[in-house]
Design a binder for this molecule. Structure first.
Ligand SMILES: [Zn+2]
Length: 506
């Protein structure tokens, strides 16, 4: 029963969340008070079992069931109450920070970040078990490596939704999902509760920011670094300094910013934030292609990266030089036009050129990656010329932000079921006409189905069908990345790239 489980929760706090002597008595009373009980259960807890738990799942499951059964919550809001209860047995924000700094001093920043991540898994803020359900694979069958993931834990957003969110006036509290006031926020049916989230403050470019983890991360130790002020996403001169400063604060992590325009930007444009983490994104394994030297910045190695979209890599031990040179790139790119390749920097619909930057430490050097972006639309491609073209929207139609532009695709959950159905068609278990007439949402895949059936027939084994579909998805992701390239990987594109480099002073 619930009262017994509360004792287990206190024991869990002691074993895994740093709950100390005296604080445990205080926490138990807080739990009883929140739930309106007069006294605790006196039944003994299986301490060894609680100690052996590596994740909170078992306790959360039990609490979910018992809180509903005993009338303390209903199925729609029980997650809010659970977050509150686990928050009670977790470190308070400053206690947590003291612990983080203690580990940082004795064992280094990486160890402190590992502790941070593990703590957020153990106190149920990072939904590690949900993340582990995502389908993830590495695609090495194309000219550059990609990573593809079918995200089974998060809903998808269209560009229209993202734009609407940006235009909508922020009046509610907290102003947005990223605002610092979320620390300890109790949540609602529309907004996620944040009683269990913890932050680590940092200084970027002289400004106050903080680091938190993403509850449904896309890769290992997926962190988000957030401005303490609710200010719009912006790619400006200060961005490069802040990204490079981040590397001094957290040298084992990469960090990058989504662009500041819709279609080529991320899902939240209303609050300045960066994505980071310990993961090695595919773009980081790309080779440096043609190199360039700038007379004023001889200490920076500049190269055109061997990568699907137009990426420039700046590398140097001197981060001030990198930042200054990056500003030159930004200033030139913002106003750069080359109609021969469809690049128009500004028209009646506003500004179109921006940059998706990302940085990390590579040995002793700082490396800054600049992906040139343009979000212009025309009649042929009303959703974006340098965006996933229409024929690929059945796989991915959302904006191609930082993570994907760097080679890690996050595909929508619906694909798991839909790809399974296509595999059944290819192995003759159902016919395409049966599927298309009975399953409305398979209509978007009609062209894909027809082309795969005419190429491979319907007598494949399930295994073969799976390979065919997986290859199709890989091909599509490659094409989408090629779509995002402002300068294509062909002769005309390379020449256009060089013309731009000349403009920057190379
Ligand atoms: Zn905000």
């Amino acid at each position: 029963m619930l009262l017994d489980t509360l004792n287990e929760l206190v024991e869990y706090g002691k074993a895994h969340l740093g709950l100390e002597d005296l604080d445990d008595i205080y926490a138990r009373n807080t739990l009883l008070m929140i739930l309106g009980f007069d006294e605790p259960s006196y039944k003994a807890v299986d301490v060894e079992h609680i100690k052996s738990l590596s994740r909170p799942d078992e306790l959360v499951e039990k609490l979910t069931k018992e809180l509903v059964e005993e009338g303390k919550a209903d199925s729609s809001n029980v997650h809010l109450l659970i977050d509150e209860l686990i928050g009670v047995v977790s470190y308070k924000p400053q206690e947590f920070l003291r612990k983080f700094n203690e580990i940082k001093l004795s064992k280094g920043t990486d160890a402190a970040l590992d502790f941070f991540y593990d703590y957020q898994i153990k106190n149920n803020y990072v939904a590690k078990s949900a993340i582990d359900k995502n389908i993830v694979w590495e695609d090495t069958s194309h000219r550059y490596k990609m990573e593809i993931s079918i995200n089974l834990s998060k809903p998808e957003k269209s560009n229209a939704d993202i734009l609407k969110a940006k235009l909508e006036k922020s009046t509610a509290y907290p102003k947005c999902l990223l605002c610092e006031e979320n620390l300890g926020y109790w949540g609602s049916l529309k907004k996620a509760p944040r009683r269990t989230i913890r932050y680590v403050p940092c200084k970027l470019g002289g400004e106050d920011w903080f680091l938190q983890y993403s509850p449904y991360g896309y890769y290992y130790e997926h962190a988000i670094c957030i401005n303490r002020k609710h200010a719009d996403m912006s790619i400006n001169h200060g961005t490069f300094t802040k990204l490079l400063d981040f590397l001094d604060e957290f040298p084992g992590f990469f960090v990058g910013s989504n662009a500041d325009l819709p279609i080529v930007g991320g899902s939240i444009l209303s609050h300045e934030h960066y994505q980071g983490g310990r993961h090695l994104l595919p773009v980081f394994s790309s080779k440096e292609g043609k190199t360039y030297v700038h007379e004023e910045f001889k200490d920076v190695r500049v190269s055109h990266l061997k990568w699907y979209n137009s990426t420039i890599k700046l590398a140097s031990k001197n981060k001030e030089s990198i930042a200054k040179l990056a500003c030159r790139f930004l200033d030139e790119w913002r106003k750069y036009d080359d109609e021969s390749v469809g690049v128009i920097s500004n028209d009646n619909n506003g500004l179109h050129n921006t940059i998706t930057p990302c940085s990390r430490k590579e040995g002793e050097e700082y490396a800054l990656y600049l992906i040139l972006r343009n979000n212009r639309c025309d009649e042929v491609n009303p959703e974006g010329i340098f965006h996933a073209h229409k024929e690929y929207h059945n796989i991915k139609k959302e904006g191609i932000g930082l993570i994907e532009a760097m080679g890690l695709f996050i595909l929508p959950a619906r694909l798991k079921r839909q790809m399974g159905t296509i595999e059944e068609i290819l192995s003759g278990k159902v016919t395409s006409s049966e599927v298309l007439s009975s399953q409305e949402d398979m209509g978007v895949h009609k062209d894909m189905i027809n082309s795969l059936v005419s190429k491979y027939g319907t007598k494949n084994t399930l295994e073969e069908s799976k390979d065919i579909v997986t290859k199709y998805i890989g091909d599509t992701c490659e094409h989408i990345l090629e779509n995002t390239a402002v300068f294509k990987e062909n002769e005309a594109g390379e020449e256009a790239f060089d013309r731009f480099m000349k403009k920057v002073g190379f």
